[in-house]
Ligand binder design. Sequence first.
Ligand code: 13P
Ligand code: SF4
Length: 321
Amino acid sequence: MERKKLEKLLQRYMTPDEILTAFSLMDKIQDLKKAKNAVILGHNYMTPDVYYGVSDFTGDSLALAKNAAETDADIILFNGVHFMAETAKILNPHKKVLIADLDAGCSLAEAVTAEEVLRFKTENPKIPVVTYINSSASVKAVCDIVCTSANAVKVVESLPEPSVLMIPDGYLAMNVQKKTEKKVLYWSGKCMVHELFSEMDIEMARKNFPGVKVVAHPECKPEVTQISDYTGSTSQIQDYIESEQPSQVLLLTECSMGENIKGENSSVEFVSTCQICPHMKKITLEGVLRSLQEEVYEVFVEEKVRIGAEKSLRRMLDIGR
Ligand code: 13P
Ligand code: SF4
């Protein structure tokens, strides 16, 4: 995005002094990135300064996993949460993978352990386990296949068995169940951000803004997606808004998505509530600069775990979106 346009976007939430500091940090990051042959991947939930100012590729978890699988950079700096950086490392064992803050976690990734999956498999040997990409490397290593919010139905349907277990996101599993004939068993994990949206948010928005388009992420409760106009991954939501150009949108996902979409679609108005992911918000320009300067924090995955996790990830990548 050109500077003038980015400046205008940043003015929505930064003071003039903060904008000057942000541009100076962006320049330093861009110079270092070139000098070190690094690539910066930025998830759609990054704030606009990080998203537009320093990212080489932006997108949802699936798009960024593909970018990570294809890069020839020496260093991958992942601006997102830990499981995303870990995914990049699983696909690139010989590259240095960095994340600006190791505490950028995910409530879903914490909701299941490899031991729990192994116990389920012992008790249910005929039921394959599909893990959402929002899970740890050790969980991916003991599952049959990975999915993301963009391809979950396709992944479930790719399996020959009539029943599957989806972990760790119970709501994603329930949303998939609505679109497949297979029997989908659920886990109890929840996204701490998306579980906060309710039918009431939608009813209120429709009352106050007649004609508003309601757009939800599949980590929302099925009662919420049921009455939304569109449900999709973060990139699918972005594509939907870009192609439909609705005048008003209720965005039932993380707040920065709205800011970033607004950057390229100024006539779209985002109404009412959004929710902040405290993990994603740990990634700042200051942290990104330090990460590149000091080459911290490096993400490691034990080789035995990595091999198993790569198998589950490649099986998904072979299927596609
Ligand atoms: P996407 O894969 O749709 O970008 O979702 C990732 C995520 O963490 C949503 O909360
Ligand atoms: Fe995890 Fe939810 Fe944050 Fe996405 S928004 S990273 S699922 S806690």
